[in-house]
Design a protein around this ligand. Structure first.
Ligand SMILES: CC(C)(C)[C@H](NC(=O)Nc1cc(F)cc(F)c1)C(=O)N(CC(=O)NO)CC1CCCC1
Ligand SMILES: [Zn+2]
Length: 190
């Protein structure tokens, strides 16, 4: 089973690489890896197992975080109706998104980051995604809310992006403008 020892931490070069697409239909090895990743989330969300193995309660995990530079990610969380939602995807991508952005008031953390980083992480509020499930079947889904945030955080890991890359350096708590706001541009040769 995967434990925190298998999760690489910031500074490890794999976290800054762009992960390679997975050949489809997926190999037995890639299917096993995706399953191991989902089991990590299941174990991390079970209080007894999490305590026994000192697991942080994960809601998402991307393959580069276990030093597998392949385009695979898993998510396990509850939706608006408090139902458990499990997504295990090969070659996920965002095919369209809202202009509107959203963010977690508490900011974000990461299983690969052993420190608190303050600040707003702007994410698209609603996204339409395309991916291939554990059996290699194409899925198209629309995500919003927390599910949308988790997916975007995990997808960033496939492109070598860490959540704090998206925090505005000068003003970490700067709230993103709602779409349609007039943005004043200084025409400095005017
Ligand atoms: C790093 C950790 C803090 C364990 C984080 N969990 C988390 O954010 N849980 C959470 C947040 C809520 F807003 C409400 C709630 F019920 C539970 C997490 O698993 N990840 C996954 C990760 O590091 N993937 O690479 C970080 C999250 C930050 C935003 C989305 C994923
Ligand atoms: Zn992360």
């Amino acid at each position: 089973m995967l434990t925190m020892d298998d999760i690489i931490r910031e500074g490890h070069p794999t976290l800054r690489k762009t992960a390679e697409p997975v050949d489809l239909p997926p190999s037995q090895e890639d299917q096993n890896t995706l399953n191991d990743m989902m089991q990590f989330l299941v174990h991390s969300q079970d209080p007894e197992t999490a305590e026994k193995y000192s697991l942080r309660p994960g809601v998402g995990l991307a393959a580069p975080q276990i030093n597998v530079s392949k385009r695979m990610l898993v998510m396990r969380t509850t939706d608006q109706n408090d139902e458990i939602i499990e997504y295990a995807f090969f070659n996920p991508k965002i095919i369209s998104h809202s202009a509107e952005t959203t963010y977690l008031d508490s900011g974000e953390g990461c299983l690969s980051v052993d420190r608190n980083v303050e600040g707003i992480v702007p994410r698209y509020a609603r996204i339409k995604i395309e991916a291939y499930d554990a059996d290699g079947n194409k899925v198209v889904k629309r995500l919003r809310g927390f599910l949308s945030i988790v997916f975007q955080h995990e997808l960033d890991h496939l492109n070598g992006i860490m959540f704090y890359d998206r925090i505005e350096g000068d003003d970490p708590y700067k709230k993103p403008l709602p779409p349609g706001e007039i943005i004043k541009v200084n025409n400095d040769d005017g």
